[in-house]
Design a protein around this ligand. Structure first.
Ligand code: NAD
Length: 479
């Protein structure tokens, strides 16, 4: 399969005619060739987005909402294809791709359609005047997304950008381009207005950077690693672009001494190893109260050992491959480092060779490590793979101090039989998203984003609609 850029409503080959190979990480086989776009391709996409801006932004919001719903129902009818492509591109289990990736890609459009429909006008009355807060689109916006939840995260930005009247130039990860391409096919099939959504494929430092640098792109919404986020900010901030950065994490799962241990063990295992630990919200540090440690850790280990690693196409697989053989090497180097840093592997720790067609796939056992210092590299750096460390704490204060020790502040969870205690512990953790007795339980109206080096800004509900709008205040003096 060869895919092309989608510019001005047409599938177009990159101007330099250069392509990248895209692999299925669970088989090691090439699945497709994708454009290795350059700044000339981005230039074309920006021009198309600019040409489409007047018509799209002048369409009433009600008409844009109708378009969001049309996209949602077209995606709904292709859910099986979305899941199959996502599983092939990422190596994630097909059941997970159906339950999470395909379902959320549809509900992102449904949610923002409904949320925009209920958007209330903001007026502030003074004794002698009224303030009217008005919204305009920002203009052409640039969206750059990672490989772990490809269409889920792309549509999480596309839907609010569209409904607020912006036009789009987006670059999906070069490792997972297939569902963005499917979205373009769907747009063509429903006669979506040309040039409103443009997709440019390629590498970050070329295609991605050209988006950041383009003077006519007025806002950048970026999800990816913290190191890349720094580059994004360095380029976009001096150009005074609106900027949203959703970056990395090293999240803590805190098991308090009054937790229901079997439930907490299930929750901690799911938080650590969903999508092979490749979710920014994964709980890769499991902090356990000293007096329940010896009872809890065997429960956790047996939950992890019960997970079925295997062919991602098998509906019963819990854990598929990681994203690439390079990433597998990175994860393995951290497991190596963990043993050098004094860690003891409690379960997992090595690669897994599966039968054909997965004999060349990038499979790693889910790995738990005990005995690492809380400030060791393995316990503080984002590994973004199926590796979690377990640490013992002796007081609530110490648990909170341990949770807050890293440069990151994205998410976390607290497990306890006392929800009020859980909430008060959660309030002391420096993170943007915290759960008590649950994990990845999402209400799309809530603010989503990190503090410290996990990001700048919030997405979700009103926060996304505000990011993709320019707000003005008009103060009208009474007669
Ligand atoms: P990455 O930073 O390597 O790449 C993300 C995107 O940025 C890709 O499309 C890539 O091509 C592009 N890119 C790379 N260099 C660029 C440059 N110089 N200029 C412009 N674009 C560039 O991240 P990844 O490996 O794809 O994804 C994993 C990371 O994403 C992890 O750190 C994870 O925590 C993070 N993540 C965060 C969230 C969140 O919501 N906070 C969600 C998912 C993933």
């Amino acid at each position: 399969m060869q895919i092309e850029n989608f510019i001005g409503g047409k599938f177009i080959a990159p101007l330099k005619k250069t392509y990248l190979e895209n692999l299925n990480p669970a088989t090691g086989k090439i699945t497709s060739r994708i454009p290795s776009s350059t700044n000339e391709d981005v230039e074309m996409a920006v021009e198309a987005a600019q040409n489409a801006l007047d018509n799209w932004s002048q369409l009433s919001i009600d008409k844009r909402i109708i378009w969001l719903r049309k996209i949602a129902s077209a995606l709904e009818s292709r859910k099986e294809d979305i899941a199959a492509l996502e599983s092939m591109d990422t190596g994630k289990p097909i059941a997970l791709a159906k339950r999470v990736d395909a379902a959320r890609s549809v509900s992102n459009f449904e949610f923002f359609a409904e949320h925009a429909e209920n958007l209330s006008e903001l007026n502030y009355k003074m004794s002698d005047a009224t303030n009217y807060v008005t919204r305009k689109p920002v203009g052409v916006v640039g969206l750059i997304t990672p490989w772990n939840l490809p269409l889920y995260l792309l549509t999480w930005k596309v839907a609010p950008a569209l409904v607020m009247g912006n036009t789009i130039v987006a670059k999906p990860s070069e490792m997972t381009p297939l569902t963005a391409n499917l979205l373009c096919e769907i747009l063509t099939a429903i006669d979506f207005p040309e040039g409103v959504i443009n997709i440019v494929h390629g590498l970050g430092p070329s295609a991605g950077q050209a988006i950041l640098e383009h003077p006519n792109i007025k806002a950048i919404s970026f999800t990816g690693g913290t190191a890349t986020g720094k580059i994004v900010a360095q380029i976009a901030a001096p150009m005074f672009k609106k900027l949203s950065l959703e970056l990395g994490g090293k999240n803590a799962t805190i098991i308090l001494d009054d937790a229901d241990l079997p439930t907490a063990a299930k929750g901690a295992a799911r938080a650590a190893f969903t999508n092979s630990g490749q979710v920014c919200l994964c709980g890769s540090r499991i902090l356990v109260a000293d007096n329940i440690y010896d009872e809890f850790v065997p429960l956790l280990i047996s939950e992890v050992e019960a997970m079925k690693i295997g062919n991602p196409s098998d509906e019963n697989t819990d854990i598929g491959s990681v994203i690439s053989s390079n990433h597998m090497e990175k994860v393995l180097s951290y497991i190596d480092l963990a043993t050098q840093e004094g860690g003891k592997i409690s379960t997992g720790g090595s690669t897994l060779t599966l039968p054909s067609p997965n004999s060349d796939g990038a499979f790693i056992q889910p790995t738990l490590i005990e005995g690492l210092a809380i400030d060791s590299r393995c316990a503080t750096e984002e590994i973004f793979g199926p590796v979690a460390s377990i640490h013992r704490f002796f007081s609530e204060d110490e648990a909170i101090e341990m949770a807050n020790i890293t440069q990151y502040g994205l998410a976390g969870s607290v497990w306890t039989s006392n929800p009020a205690r859980g909430k008060s512990v959660a309030e002391r953790i420096d993170s943007g998203i915290l759960w008590v007795n649950t994990w990845l339980h999402r209400d799309l109206r809530t603010p989503f984003g990190g503090v410290k080096n996990s990001g700048v800004g919030r997405e979700g509900g009103d926060w996304s609609l505000n990011f993709f709008s320019e707000l003005s205040n008009i103060c009208v003096k009474d007669d």
